[in-house]
Write a protein that binds this ligand. Structure first.
Ligand code: 5AD
Ligand code: SF4
Length: 349
């Protein structure tokens, strides 16, 4: 099999095979492609989950609007800046601002202000990625002007029908596509991604996701296994959740994305770590090259649970840093401190 120019049928085979030897060859090939196209430096993006207030009701998500068990918060500006300043001191290179989705003017200007202040306090050093959902083009432009230069907006699945089963009526697949196009037009480095192993998702769906990423010409991928959250409608539709299978599927997806897309940044997400303590390191070995350490203050972490069993709820950012660094060294890689680590795919343009 030529791993460097995979066809649909071969991807299907690699998703389904139980042949250990073939799988090992796939993971080795993916790691080779990673070395060749993006190198083995891991870039950190410290993630600040600054609010769990959300106006949406995605069926899979623990902080969906209708989950009344969640204590809602919005971090005060000073705390956001404190976290960003810490990331800058640690030479993290970049931060990610993530929250539930809100589209009111108060929120938009709050973020705008935070962006300006983060740029200022870090003397423009910190790169800023946003993960704040679907917004109007005008909002994307305002935030871009204020200093954000990357944006993550997952398509969740490229199968419009499956997308419909995961979201209430007010969600629209074409709307999501339009938002991705708007982000690109605005000038962001755009990242998207899917949840892997969703109820009702087929192997062909995952293959189509990979082809979708190529077609959409994205610079970054943030994907992770779907993990049930006890207070959500999708949990009720999740039969026989098998953590080991879920991890196996997610790793194959990462490797296949690396083999097919080659020069994009791929995140090894916290959701992988929720399935296995060293899940993120295994993700790096399967072809990912980005890690997003949570730097949200510990007091908020219990309230930002998109899925059950989220790891490291009581470890502060410094502990996480030391722990992560050791783990990354243990697989023979190093951290790209003090660099933005932009996607070579984006820089090529
Ligand atoms: N399992 C895995 N990922 C989830 N997300 C939300 N809920 C879950 C879950 N239960 C992911 C979605 C969203 C991102 C912010 O978090 O993909 O885009
Ligand atoms: Fe809100 Fe995002 Fe969760 Fe959907 S996935 S409910 S938009 S926080």
């Amino acid at each position: 099999m030529n791993f460097n120019s995979l066809q649909r049928e071969e991807m299907r085979q690699l998703f389904l095979t139980q042949d250990k030897n073939l799988l090992e060859r796939m993971f080795t090939a993916a790691y080779d492609v990673k070395k060749q196209y993006v190198g083995t430096k891991v870039y950190f993006r410290g993630i600040i989950e600054f609010s769990n207030i959300c106006q949406k009701n995605c069926f899979y998500c623990g902080i969906r609007k209708d989950n009344k068990a969640v204590k809602r918060y919005l971090m005060p500006l000073e705390e956001i800046l404190e976290a960003a300043a810490w990331a800058d001191e640690q030479n993290y290179g970049s931060v990610v601002l993530q929250s539930g989705e809100r589209t009111d003017e108060e929120f938009i200007s709050y973020v705008e202000n935070a962006l300006r202040k983060i740029k200022e306090l870090s003397c423009e050093r910190l790169g800023i990625t946003l993960s704040l959902g679907e917004q109007t083009k005008e909002t994307y432009e305002r935030w871009f002007k204020a200093g954000a230069h990357r944006y993550l907006l997952r398509i969740e699945t490229s199968n419009a029908e499956l997308y419909r089963t995961l979201h209430p009526e007010d969600h629209s697949f074409p709307e999501r596509l339009r938002a991705l196009a708007n982000l690109k037009e605005t000038g962001y480095q755009v990242g998207t991604g899917v949840m892997i192993g969703l109820p009702g998702q087929t192997t062909d769906d995952l293959i189509n996701d990979i082809l979708f990423f190529k077609e959409a010409d994205v610079a970054m991928l943030g994907m992770g296994p779907y993990l049930p959250h006890h207070d959500t409608p999708l949990k009720k539709r999740t039969a026989n959740f098998d953590a080991e299978k879920q991890l196996d599927l997610a790793l194959r997806m990462i490797a296949l994305c690396r083999l097919y897309l080659k020069d994009v940044n791929i995140a090894s997400t916290t959701a992988l770590q929720a399935l296995k303590h060293n899940g993120r390191e295994i993700g790096l070995q399967a072809g990912a090259n980005i890690i997003m350490p949570v730097i949200t203050a510990v007091k908020y972490r219990e309230d930002y649970l998109l899925y059950d069993n989220k790891p490291c709820l009581d470890e502060n950012a410094s502990v996480c840093r030391t722990c992560l660094e050791g783990r990354i060294k243990s697989i023979g890689e190093m951290v790209g401190y003090g660099e933005w680590g932009d996607s070579p795919h984006f820089l090529k343009k």
